[in-house]
Design a binder for this molecule. Structure first.
Ligand code: ITT
Length: 188
């Protein structure tokens, strides 16, 4: 059956297509004209509203991912505002580096909440993945997207932007969420 991947973010879409490639679903991109206001106060609320509205609009099953970077010394910012923290990806990274200037606590985590809705909008599966790390003082690595070049994963001694996509899927927030979601999808 058809599963609409409810994201307009090309970096996320590529990862989700790779991660969902082995499932029983025929993946479809989100209709470009569909704009969803992220009015929720949490990753979970935003994932649910994106999955629900996309399912209802398309009449297909839909999966949504609401994710972001939560930095301890910034009281969890940018968090659910990660995509809206500045105009461009580079400006968002620059803002984080500026706000952490001189700060010795560099601890952070990436969070990904996923929700799956059936065609009438009812949520049938949910999962959350968290990946702990540290914010570097400058970019390292050229792969990935978003905040990947400043997100250092101590257990791997490299940034998200340095690791291959297989490793990012294995230990990253999105991959961990999907590892939990997969068994739930199999029973639908
Ligand atoms: P959709 O809502 O259309 O899916 P979006 O980019 O607006 O796209 P979010 O509201 O969930 O999605 O914001 C997530 C932001 O968090 C994203 O734009 C990146 O800036 C950041 N982010 C999430 N996962 C990331 C990852 O794996 N690597 C780097 N940055 C990531």
């Amino acid at each position: 059956r058809t599963l609409v991947v409810a994201t307009q973010n090309p970096g996320k879409l590529a990862e989700l297509q790779q991660l969902l490639g082995q499932t029983q679903f025929q993946l479809q991109p989100m209709p470009p004209e569909l704009e969803i206001a992220e009015t929720g106060a949490t990753f979970q609320e935003n994932a649910i509203l994106k999955a629900r509205q996309t399912a209802q609009y398309t009449g297909h099953w839909a999966i949504a991912d609401d994710s972001g970077l939560a930095i301890e010394a910034l009281d969890g910012a940018p968090g659910i505002y990660s995509a809206r923290y500045a105009e461009t990806a580079q400006a968002r990274i620059d803002r984080v580096l500026r706000e952490l200037k001189g700060q010795s606590n560099r601890r952070a985590q990436f969070v990904c909440h996923m929700a799956v809705a059936q065609p009438d909008g009812q949520i049938v599966a949910e999962a959350e993945g968290i990946c702990p790390g540290e914010i570097l003082e400058a970019c390292v690595g050229a792969g990935g997207f978003g905040y990947d070049p400043i997100f250092w994963v101590p257990s791997q001694q490299q940034t998200f932007a340095q690791m291959g996509s297989d490793l990012k899927h294995e230990i990253g927030h999105r991959g961990l969420a999907l590892q939990q979601l997969m068994p739930q999808l199999q029973h639908l």
